[in-house]
Design a protein around this ligand. Sequence first.
Ligand code: NDP
Length: 326
Amino acid sequence: TKPPVRIVISGAAGQICYSLLFRVAQGDVFGPDQPVILQLLDVPQAMDAVRGVVMELEDCAFPLLADVIITDDPMVAFKDIDAAMLVGSRPRSKGMERRDLLAANAAIFKTQGAALDAVAKRDAKILVVGNPANTNAWILAQSAPGFPAENITSMIRLDHNRAQGQLAAKAGVGVDAITKLVVWGNHSPTMFADWGNAELDGQKLADRIGDEAWYRETLIPTVAQRGTAIIEARGASSAASAANAAIDHLRDWVHGAGDNWVSMGVVSDGSYGIPQGLVCGVPVHCKSGGYARIEGLILDPFQRTMLDRTIAELVDEREAVIDILK
Ligand code: NDP
């Protein structure tokens, strides 16, 4: 058997992890023959709840689950990791300003960045899920100068999957039939679900659906407001679908996604007018344990405006947290 891989998962006592941990332990990320060690991180007051979840993990008797570590210390949690799913983040509490929320999370990710830098393997694959995910990932990268920034990513896959599902339903086809879909930008209502390059059976999806007004006035806002719609219907935020998107993101990065494009928040190389260093959702190819940005797409004025709007929000968020790094 293979030696186990180590993954740190933060926010282990939370809702998303209540779905996520079981799927990782079952092999949904690393594969059916790859043992895994879960290194679970949460805040001190959540340790009892984490212990409860770990009892349930034990009761599943997952053959691939080689060990579970529970800790509130990032230096323990990030030790020798091959991968990270950073789900834990500070939720907005009553009366809290957006700026305060950004700052509270920036402090968390600054500490975790230092631990990542100090004790993680250099080729570890890092995925930030906890919001504001893109800016948290940016802080993490800034706080881990000795760690390769291209290995730090943020999740936009849930928006990608949501758009894929809505478009497939509209076209009356299975989700797999739609390719080259992109979700650009911030994981926030400004994100841009872009069907400009998308294809269905090798034809332009936009031509097949033939309803530009539906795309602009229904699809884009539906995807952007999907999280709110789920909260209203369920009385709780989406958790299983967020966990699923995190699994899709990391599994594709580890194992590849064939010729298809997927959307990932990655550190910008300056292309598409995205300021260098900003963590922004872009289209990528995942192949043999790495990802490559899809280059050279020509954006029309609508695409440009939509991308610029979400970039502007990311730049604002960066401005709001930059002092934390001093
Ligand atoms: P969830 O498990 O529901 O969500 C965790 C984070 O994921 C939130 O920031 C949430 O952002 C974000 N998220 C991203 N995409 C989605 C989505 N589609 N739907 C819902 N959430 C999404 O939060 P809980 O409050 O249940 O649990 C959080 C856990 O994190 C707690 O156990 C807490 O103790 C822990 N924590 C750990 C820290 C650490 O390890 N240092 C620091 C702070 C908290 P959104 O704001 O949009 O809901």
